[in-house]
Design a protein around this ligand. Structure first.
Ligand SMILES: [Zn+2]
Length: 311
């Protein structure tokens, strides 16, 4: 699509949107990730149309913009962001290009989902991107903890209710139902993970602090020396030695990093294994929604630890 026809298409959209504002029965919601989109669907039910921008198998720090994103953003009543600068590299120009005042940061149609959740690894002292650390405002992978999932759902319920007051009770019921199902699932996950509490492990990126803390695991090292910085040979040698000394036998990796380096590390540590978990809904087909994401990761993690420990 060339620029002229793109602008013409947008003009038609603006006309349609302006003409049918009162006939609008569903809220158009766009979210940065499939995790947020899944939670929004849980709460919004059939009163929302939800679009996710980043796919679950992509590194959410680096997302390739597409023209379809601009069209979805132009029609949106609400944008839900992960925040903590996770999207700093790709979202701001998209929001500007959307020509949609409703969803700009600060407007009632922009929700930063990180504002009322538990954030780990908060920077102390001066905030800096020195050496490329992509987590300058605390760890943005906070959705990987069911308690935070519930808090995100609360914020979504509240904001949807403000944007569509007639549906407030509906969103409240949907939230209560989601929260109850999540609570039942947490009991199941705790039982599966109980034998492995206290396991010490290494992860590739710092994607898992909330998840590992919640289930009683201890992350003692990272394949990346800093978030967003590729491993150096010297760092790999140090990590292998640390794993050998500490009897660490598990490396958790994300699907969007090459498996070569973690596998090479595991090959040099007796009995060590690499497991690729899904960091987001849609990362693998089994992780089709927020609760299924944990079902998948916990079952895979427990199966791997059963093999390693014999428990
Ligand atoms: Zn990250």
């Amino acid at each position: 699509m060339n620029v002229r026809s793109f602008v013409a298409a947008l003009a038609v959209l603006f006309l349609v949107a302006g003409g049918s504002a009162h006939a609008q029965s569903k809220l158009n919601v766009v979210a940065s990730t499939e995790d947020l989109a899944s939670i929004i669907r849980e709460v919004g039910g059939d009163r929302v149309n939800v679009t996710a921008l980043a796919r679950g198998f992509q590194d959410p720090h680096f997302v390739e913009p597409k023209p379809s994103f601009i069209l979805a953003l132009n029609r949106a009543h609400l944008y839900v962001a992960v925040g903590r600068e996770l999207e700093i590299g790709w979202l701001p120009p998209l929001l500007t290009s959307s020509r949609n005042a409703r969803i700009q940061p600060g407007a009632s149609g922009y929700l930063d989902a990180s504002l009322n959740v538990r954030i780990l690894e908060m920077a102390t002292g001066q905030i800096t991107r020195a050496m490329g650390d992509v987590h300058p405002l605390g760890n943005p992978h906070y959705w990987l903890e069911p308690g935070n999932g519930r808090l995100i759902a609360q914020a979504v319920r509240n904001r949807l209710g403000e944007l569509a007051p007639a549906d407030r009770a509906y969103f409240g019921q949907r939230y209560d139902d989601f929260s109850a199902r999540l609570g039942a699932a947490e009991k199941r996950w705790d039982a599966v993970m109980a034998p492995y509490k206290g396991t010490r492990l290494v992860t590739y990126h710092r994607s898992w602090p909330n998840f590992m803390e919640r289930f009683g695991f201890q992350v003692v090292g990272y394949v990346e020396p800093k978030p967003g910085i590729p491993p150096s040979p010297a760092h790999i040698i140090d990590l292998v030695e640390e794993m050998k000394r500490g009897g660490i036998k598990l490396i958790v990796a994300e699907p969007y990093f090459s498996p070569k380096t973690p596998q090479a590390i595991a090959n040099r540590v007796p009995g060590a294994t690499v497991v690729v978990l899904a960091p987001s809904v849609g990362g693998v087909k089994e992780a089709a929604n927020y609760i299924a994401l944990f079902d998948y990761n916990i079952s895979l993690l427990a199966g791997t630890l059963k093999q390693i420990t014999g428990k």
